[in-house]
Design a protein around this ligand. Structure first.
Ligand code: ZN
Length: 534
């Protein structure tokens, strides 16, 4: 009952209805699906003396310990810990359920067997890649694929794409959620889609050719790549008047970048483009989009599907559940997943506007929204800090600082050690693409001052490049995901286990030579990135 109501009226429920129905659905889900068939959670609940009935309100969730990326990673003693999180149905339990007996009587045993197989047999996987760890598989059943299709269809709906639109999906071909979500957005949303595989598969030229011939209304991709693509399109004097939406995945999208992308779109004749960000991670098996908004206003946040995801915002230090509208860390619990299942999953991603249940001012939907307060910088900065030159640097902030400068285009932060000596001083080198013939000396001074004013740190060197050079530096066309942060510091200590978030932007250090990709592969890891450098 609650499942149907949540599913059918997913975008028009009030806060109290959502909370009540979500708790009812969670209890049912724990009772029928998770606790009977998940080795990890059955053991955990037994040890703590908990049952599905222990959860009578959202506040009761705090009795369930968090799960984080590190719980899924293999150790020397148990290399396949991720398997403990895969639901494995017990035939005896299933056969004895009255609903099974009834269905067998009405439809036959073979039908029931096929249904259970569709629900529980893993048939598809995506991967998360931790910095120092083996990629961890996350398994889907047909039931999950159906939910992925539902989530993807809703992305199309919330982003206001039309059936007659053409989608150009430039996300890299990879066993990562973002690519597949974009794929299903087309097939389930009934919209013509062309997946190019991104820069690595056919280069910028190949993607430009598609823009020229396919004339997409919607362009989907990683922000850094889309920026390069549009820069080159503008340089070549291309036209793509019907482009209406740019949907971004895999990286946080700063306000400055939105402005730059909109300007570039204007240069190729698309005068009124919506820049829409999405947020998702492997363990969610879904992603949540922004809806279109007037360009003189701010986006209203990521629209969460209340029948598929229960989101909590917690204090990153204490783990306490925070009230709506309070900044904190995003914690996810699925409400209808099969295959790999994690409860109270700590994303390591910080959202500075918290979770709100207020009606969306732009699209009018009543959905829980993860709200980014773009005018205010994050107050709790520990979530995305790294120590450089002895100073703690907030990379989230650094990204804002650079994207907001109109005279520069793409950029890259390179971290080095002086003389490549691991024990010597850190060096921060800022590579930037200079735009509009601005004066190098003056721009250098301004960038240095901005970095110092916002972050108490000055780059050791600022190097200017043309578009082609910066493309090479970022690996456009050669790596799966373009690199905005590179860490060339030789490691002194093995890196601590760490996480990177879509909403946060720590450096991609220690990942040199390793392909990284969205959804956000890396996003999915639990704790904030920490390194011992002192
Ligand atoms: Zn909206």
């Amino acid at each position: 009952m609650s499942v149907n109501l949540l599913r059918n009226r997913w975008q028009q429920l009030t806060e109290s209805e959502i909370r009540r129905l979500q708790v009812a659905q969670l209890r049912q889900y724990l009772d029928n699906v998770v606790l009977p068939f998940s080795a990890h959670y059955r053991k955990l609940f037994n040890e703590l003396g908990l049952t599905a009935d222990s959860i009578r309100s959202l506040e009761d969730l705090r009795q369930i310990p968090f799960t984080s990326k590190s719980d899924l990673l293999g150790t020397a003693e148990s290399p396949n810990r991720f398997k403990d999180f895969i639901l494995i149905p017990d035939e005896k339990v299933l056969t004895h359920r009255p609903s099974t007996v009834l269905r067998a009587l009405t439809h036959g045993r073979e039908y029931v067997r096929r249904q259970f197989e569709s629900e529980f047999r893993p048939i598809f996987m995506t991967f998360t890649t931790g910095r120092s760890a083996e990629p961890t598989p996350f398994l889907f059943t047909q039931h999950d694929i159906a939910n992925l299709g539902t989530a993807a269809r809703r992305v199309v709906e919330i982003c206001a794409a039309r059936r007659e639109d053409r989608l150009l999906n430039t996300l890299p071909f990879a066993p990562h959620l973002a690519f597949w979500l974009a794929h299903y957005a087309g097939t389930e949303g009934c919209v013509m889609t062309l997946s190019s595989g991104g820069g690595k598969v056919m280069g910028t030229e190949g993607n430009l050719r598609h823009i020229r011939k396919f004339k997409p209304d919607v362009l989907i991709g990683i922000p850094t790549f889309i920026y390069h693509l549009l820069t080159q399109a503008a340089d070549e004097g291309m036209h793509c008047e019907n482009l209406r939406h740019i949907v971004l995945a895999g990286e946080k999208v700063s306000d400055g970048l939105r402005v730059k992308l909109r300007d570039l779109a204007r240069e190729i004749g698309a005068g009124n483009v919506n820049i829409l960000a999405t947020y998702g991670f492997t363990e969610a098996k879904q992603a949540w989009p922004e809806c279109p908004y007037p360009h003189d206003q701010s986006p209203s946040g990521y629209h969460v599907y209340p029948d598929l995801a229960l989101i909590e915002i917690v204090d990153p230090q204490t783990g306490e559940i925070l009230p709506p509208g309070t900044p904190g860390e995003i914690v996810f619990t699925p409400l209808d997943a099969r295959g790999s299942v994690v409860l109270r999953y700590r994303t390591g991603d910080y959202i500075d506007g918290g979770l709100t249940y207020e009606r969306c001012p732009h699209c009018g939907r009543s959905l829980p929204r993860l709200f980014r307060n773009s005018s205010r910088r994050s107050e709790i900065k520990q979530m995305h800090l790294d120590k450089i030159k002895g100073t703690l640097v907030d990379f989230n902030e650094l990204e804002h600082v650079l994207d907001d400068v109109q005279q520069i285009g793409a950029w890259q932060i390179e971290l080095r050690k002086l003389n490549d000596d691991p024990l010597d001083l850190d060096e921060l080198i800022l590579h930037v693409q200079r735009l509009n013939g601005s004066d190098e000396t003056q721009l250098s001074r301004e960038l240095s001052k901005r970095c110092f004013d916002h972050l108490d740190i000055r780059p050791n060197r600022i190097l200017f490049h043309d578009a082609e050079e910066i493309r090479k530096l970022q690996g456009v066309g050669t790596v799966l995901k373009e690199q905005k942060f590179v860490d060339h510091r030789p490691a002194v200590n093995p890196p601590a286990e760490a996480g990177r978030g879509v909403l946060t932007a720590p450096p991609t250090g220690h990942r040199r030579g390793e392909d990284t990709a969205p959804y956000l592969n890396s996003s999915s890891n639990g704790e904030p990135e920490t390194k011992n450098l002192s």
